[in-house]
Write a protein that binds this ligand. Sequence first.
Ligand code: URA
Length: 178
Amino acid sequence: MELSEASSCTRCALSATRTQVVIGTGSLSARLIVVGEAPGRHEDEGGQPFIGRSGQLLFSLIAEELQLSREECYVTNVVKCRPPDNRTPRAPEILACSPWLDLQKASWHQSVVLALGLTAARVMVGAKGTMKDLHGVPVRREGLTVVSTYHPAAALRQGPSVIAVMRSDLAVVRGLLS
Ligand code: URA
């Protein structure tokens, strides 16, 4: 199975409602891997992850805290097709999509993974728990170091207090990358 084959995937019902599969952008061997939940409307139309308002906020924080551009990161989502109305992906959809994430993971060596939001955090850390418990705590798993933080959409909704936590979680990432 090749990652490029994901573009014609019909492993779950999201294939019926998507415009296109959003696989990921950047180099698979980037030192920082950014993993979100699932594409939204802009991403579904544009074919790239995090190109809407969440992405703008995210990459301005990453530029300020880590001095990294979007192009220097590999950016993807747990689920590669947009769920209708941007609902949270369901467990069977996450499972159906997991072979693509596994293929991506196989080329992430010694990388730091930034998991955004509870769906990505739980999948990447392999644990349940709330974002309060999980954020900012590096977890070593399958040769990767995963740091979870709030989803930038939560920061857009809730404002400066969430942004401040995201900045302190990114400072943890900065320490791991240095
Ligand atoms: N939210 C996500 O989780 N991923 C995207 O690509 C866009 C918005």
